[in-house]
Ligand binder design. Structure first.
Ligand SMILES: [Cu+2]
Length: 296
């Protein structure tokens, strides 16, 4: 008795549809719509914002990278959706699909496409890094140094607060970070004890604070405003409370603030200026406090 071939129902239909063309057209249409929308509306929402030149550049870089990967994500979405819609099983019969063989054109396209994207991003990232410094700590001997004079501030981390010292103001120190507006600033980040990370969020600055290391980072402030400073490295019990507000102020306000701080600091300056062995902490690139003082 003749029986029906169980595979007949699931045999691939005599299909002349050009699936590849359909996917490519859908991909192009979706990418053409999505990429400008992402670049215009999503890019500017990406942190850290525009409080410094480096922050603005980071937003620009992130917008670029997001725009470059949008077509890649569109391809994945279109391919996935099209595959689900067009190639799903049409019967309950469990059968092998048609044999697949390599497609040299797709392989070459894939390798060239991904290589171009990765090399472009590497070149783009390097160029942007060397432009003005990128807001990251570059160690004691920075490669990307912005030209012109820079206002120096030292950031001293310890468990669990930041202290700021101003060498141009006689090594004065404060527990508040004030920076003049529209100024090139050179931050020297170090630590007294554990490893911390100085993260001035809206300025686009993030630099490791290591004991015994002078980690240099550059930032150019813009107009007056308030920014957040956080420790971004788990540094002990009270790490979550290691935050403060920083201020960018115009030069008149900065002078007034500095004069007030210097008056306060003058009272303890003679004690601070004593040698470390004598309990002092004169201005220095790095500090090595006695172990019994390391606990903060
Ligand atoms: Cu910390």
């Amino acid at each position: 008795m003749a029986t029906a071939d169980p595979n007949a129902a699931a045999a691939p239909p005599n299909d002349s549809t050009n699936h590849g063309l359909r996917v490519v057209v859908a991909w192009f249409v979706l990418s053409a719509i999505a990429t400008p929308l992402v670049a215009i509306f999503v890019g500017r929402l990406i942190p850290p914002g525009n409080a410094s030149v480096q922050g603005t550049e980071q937003v620009f870089d992130n917008t670029w990278m997001l725009s470059v990967i949008t077509p890649v994500i569109c391809l994945l979405v279109v391919f996935f959706a099209y595959g689900l819609g067009s190639f799903r099983a049409t019967s309950d019969a469990v059968v092998d699909g048609p044999p697949l063989r390599n497609d040299a054109r797709i392989q070459v396209l894939w390798m060239v496409g991904t290589s171009v994207i990765v090399l472009f991003l590497a070149g783009f990232g390097t160029y942007e890094l060397l432009q003005n410094g990128a807001g990251g700590g570059q160690g004691p001997n920075p490669i990307a140094v912005p030209s012109g004079s820079k206002f120096q501030v030292q950031v001293v981390a310890q468990q669990w607060q930041f202290t700021y010292r101003y060498p141009s103001l006689g090594g004065m120190e404060s527990n508040q970070l004030y920076l003049p507006a529209d100024t090139d600033v050179e931050l020297h980040v170090t630590s007294l004890d554990a490893i911390h990370s100085f993260w001035a969020y809206e300025l686009g600055v993030k630099a490791d604070a290591n004991p015994g290391v002078d980690n240099v980072v550059f930032v150019k402030t813009k107009g007056p405003g308030v920014f957040h400073v956080r420790c971004a490295e788990l540094c002990g019990l009270w790490h979550p409370y290691m935050f403060n507000n920083g201020h960018v102020v115009d030069s008149g306000q900065f002078q007034a603030w500095a004069a007030k701080q210097q008056k306060l600091y003058a009272a303890i300056k003679p004690f601070m200026d004593k040698p470390e062995s004598d309990g002092g902490a004169p201005y220095s690139k790095t500090y090595f406090p006695a172990p019994d003082r390391r606990a903060g």
